[in-house]
Design a protein. Structure first.
Length: 172
């Protein structure tokens, strides 16, 4: 039952990550490409293109953190478990706990930042005048996603719920 719940949560998070990243990267790529073409072929340029690309990089960085957890691709203590194989499970738990602390702080501090920026009516992007709090809202959302994904991986690792020998072989 727990594995089924984890699969559903993973599917929902993966859907959000994949499609949001696809859309944001496509918009950034198209605006950048169009700006380059306009700059080279005409005397005009898109004054807002750089801002769109900067915000897309910001968005992709944080959403990518959640996706990296799923792939077990975050930075981790790697050398010691390879030298001393019996320490592998211990360091996996330490890594997961570190990510839980980080994601908890990201959620809490991100929420506080978003609320503060939301209260400032003049906090808008420089060129498009989009309220900045929209961009800060990604911090607590991703923090929660990272926390949930990490709890899922921690549970799988501690209770050997993965049932996937290839995943276990990849981890150790």
């Amino acid at each position: 039952m727990l594995k089924k719940l984890f699969r559903r949560i993973d599917a929902a998070f993966s859907f959000v990550e994949d499609w949001s990243l696809l859309i944001v990267v496509a918009v950034a790529l198209l605006s950048g490409l169009l700006n380059i073409i306009l700059r080279k072929a005409t005397p005009y340029s898109l004054y807002w293109s750089d801002e769109v690309i900067r915000k897309a990089i910001f968005f992709c960085t944080y959403i990518g953190c959640s996706a990296a957890i799923k792939q077990r691709a975050l930075i981790r203590i790697d050398a010691v478990p390879q030298i001393i194989p019996v320490s592998r499970k211990f360091f996996n738990v330490i890594n997961h706990l570190s990510v839980l602390v980080f994601s908890g702080m990201l959620t809490w501090l991100g929420w506080k930042m978003m609320v503060e920026v939301r209260a400032d009516e003049f906090a808008t992007t420089a060129t498009l005048q989009i309220p900045e709090w929209y961009f800060y809202a990604i911090l607590p959302i991703v923090g929660v996603m990272m926390f949930i994904r990490t709890v899922m991986l921690l549970t799988e690792d501690v209770f050997n719920l993965s049932g996937d020998d290839t995943q276990e072989a990849a981890n150790g």
